[in-house]
Design a binder for this molecule. Structure first.
Ligand SMILES: NC(=O)c1ccc[n+]([C@@H]2O[C@H](COP(=O)([O-])OP(=O)(O)OC[C@H]3O[C@@H](n4cnc5c(N)ncnc54)[C@H](OP(=O)(O)O)[C@@H]3O)[C@@H](O)[C@H]2O)c1
Length: 243
C-alpha cells in the first residue's frame, strides 16, 4: 500500500509537533517545517523515525513566499507526493489595535494567513483524490473574549472563509479543507503557567488548558479517510470557550 505523506508547518514544537507525531503514529511519512529551532525540529523528526516512518525537517520561514514554496517542494522532491497539508505555523501578536504598527499587521498577515493561501495554492497543484487540507485556526476566530487580540482573531477568522472557498474548489477532486479551532493549549506560545493564563482559563467551560495531544487527535481524524465527507467547516477543540 502507498504510504501517505503529510506536511506540518511549524512542526518542531507545540501543537505542530504533536500533530506530526500523531500522523506518524497513523502511518504517514511527515515533512515538518520550522523557523529556527533546529534542535526541536530534529527531536520531532527523530520521534517520527522512531515510529518507523520517514521524516524530513525543513528550515523555512513561513512568512515568506520562498519559505512556503520550499516546504512544498521538499515534500515532492524527497517523498514524491503530498496527501495531507497541515498549515499550523502561527504567531500571536498581543495588544490593543491602537498600539499596533504596520509591521505588526504585515507580520501576522504573512504568517497566519498569506502562508496558508500560498501553501494551499502550491500543494493543491499536486494533491490527489483523498487529499486533506487542515488549517490551525483558533477559538478566538469566533470569539474575542478579552482585549488585545484583534489582529490574531482577524487572521484566524479569515481561515474559515478560506477553507469554505477551498472546499468548493476542491470538492469534486475528493480533497477536503477544514479549520481546527483550538482553545488554550499549553505550549511555548501560550503556557498554562503564563501571566495571563488564569484569565484565559476562566473563559473555558472546563476551566482548564488543553494538551497538544487533544489537538493532534482532531488532526488525526480530519486527516483520515473516515472524514472524507467533512469539508468547508470547523472543528472546535476549546474546552467550551466558544460555548
Ligand atoms: N497554544 C494555543 O493556545 C493555541 C490556541 C489556538 C490556536 N493556536 C494555533 O496553533 C498553532 C501552533 O501554535 P503553538 O501554540 O503550537 O505554537 P508554538 O509552541 O509557539 O510553536 C510554533 C511553531 O511554529 C513555528 N514557527 C514560528 N514562526 C514560524 C515561521 N515564521 N516560519 C515557520 N515556522 C514558524 C515554530 O518553529 P521554531 O521551533 O523553529 O520556532 C514552532 O514549530 C498556531 O497557528 C497558533 O495560532 C494555538
Amino acid at each position: 500500500m502507498t504510504t501517505r505523506v503529510a506536511i506540518v508547518t511549524g512542526g518542531s514544537r507545540g501543537i505542530g509537533a504533536a500533530a506530526a507525531l500523531q500522523l506518524a503514529e497513523d502511518g504517514l511519512d511527515v515533512v515538518l517545517s520550522y523557523a529556527g529551532n533546529a534542535a526541536a525540529a530534529e527531536k520531532t523528526a527523530q520521534g517520527i523515525r522512531d515510529k518507523g516512518r520517514r521524516a524530513l525537517a525543513v528550515k523555512a520561514d513561513g512568512s515568506t513566499t520562498e519559505g512556503n514554496r520550499v516546504v512544498i517542494a521538499a515534500a515532492l522532491s524527497e517523498f514524491g507526493r503530498i496527501d495531507v497539508l497541515i498549515c499550523n505555523a502561527g504567531m500571536y501578536p498581543y495588544g490593543p489595535i491602537n498600539e499596533m504598527t504596520i509591521e505588526d499587521i504585515d507580520r501576522v498577515l504573512n504568517l497566519n494567513l498569506r502562508a496558508v493561501m500560498v501553501e494551499t495554492m502550491e500543494a493543491t497543484r499536486h494533491m490527489k483524490e483523498g487529499g486533506r487540507l487542515i488549517y490551525m485556526g483558533s477559538a478566538f476566530g469566533e470569539r474575542a473574549p478579552f482585549p488585545g487580540i484583534s489582529l490574531y482573531a482577524a487572521t484566524k477568522a479569515a481561515l474559515i472563509g478560506f477553507a469554505q472557498g477551498v472546499a468548493r474548489d476542491m470538492g469534486q477532486r475528493g480533497i477536503t479543507a477544514n479549520v481546527i479551532q483550538p482553545g488554550p493549549v499549553d505550549t511555548d506560545l501560550n503556557p498554562a503557567d503564563g501571566s495571563g493564563a488564569d484569565l484565559i482559563r476562566s473563559f473555558t467551560a472546563t476551566q482548564s488548558y488543553g494538551k497538544t495531544t487533544d489537538i493532534a487527535r482532531a488532526v488525526s481524524f480530519l486527516a483520515s479517510p473516515a472524514a472524507g465527507y467533512i469539508t468547508g467547516t470547523t472543528l472546535t477543540v476549546d474546552g467550551g470557550l466558544c460555548a
